[in-house]
Design a binder for this molecule. Structure first.
Ligand SMILES: [Zn+2]
Length: 198
């Protein structure tokens, strides 16, 4: 059984419950690890798993990215010290009072006010990275939002204070955070990466 088989695990929802089907775990033959003298030191253990990642209350955030919308949340609890604070990244609950926060669409705010707070360019990525290297990570700030969103710049080179526009993978969404990226303000739509729109 290979992890390329057609029976790779998938999940359906029936009566509001997860119903997994197919294979979620694959093992492959191991190999010995020998020293220069041929003495056994250990073995490799190839494993391949399909992880089921439930989004819960954040599902609406990822679903909205696929529709070209950036959602944030706001604490509307009048008794909270952070009353009316807006959070991006999306937080289901206010981190100060733990009351469920109100979902806000900040797409227009992002288009008007997103700027580079700071940035980081890296050639070295974590496991399973699918972005082109070097990755230009940008910490994006928005007017009236008390937190900063980490993202990646798809075109140009980042500069502190640079105006940005959000772009969304609306044509072939992955339903992950990679579905939102950033480009310098003024970028024409014709230059956007494949599958991305404003
Ligand atoms: Zn609060």
């Amino acid at each position: 059984m290979s992890c390329e088989d057609e029976n790779r695990g998938t999940v359906k929802v029936i009566n509001n419950r997860y119903k997994p089907s197919g294979h979620f775990h694959y093992g492959s033959p191991n190999t010995p690890i020998l020293n220069e003298m041929g003495k056994l030191l250990g073995v490799t253990n190839p494993r391949d798993i399909t992880h089921i990642h439930s989004y819960g209350g954040e599902a609406i955030f990822f679903e909205s990215l696929s529709k070209g919308k950036l959602l944030a949340t706001r604490c509307d609890n009048p008794l909270c010290e952070s009353h009316l604070s807006i959070y991006e990244p999306f937080r289901i609950h206010c981190p100060d009072c733990l009351v469920k926060a109100t979902v806000l669409d900040i797409t227009d705010l992002a288009k008007r006010t997103a700027t580079v707070h700071s940035f980081m360019i890296t050639e070295r990525t974590g496991a399973f990275n699918t972005l082109e290297v070097p990755i230009k990570f940008v910490n994006v700030e928005f007017d009236g939002v008390c937190t900063i969103l980490m993202g990646y710049l798809s075109l140009g080179n980042p500069k502190i204070g640079m105006k940005l526009l959000p772009i969304f993978n609306t044509k072939a969404p992955t339903y992950t955070i990679l579905d939102i990226s950033w480009v310098p303000a003024g970028t024409p739509e014709s230059e956007l990466p494949q599958n991305f729109t404003f």
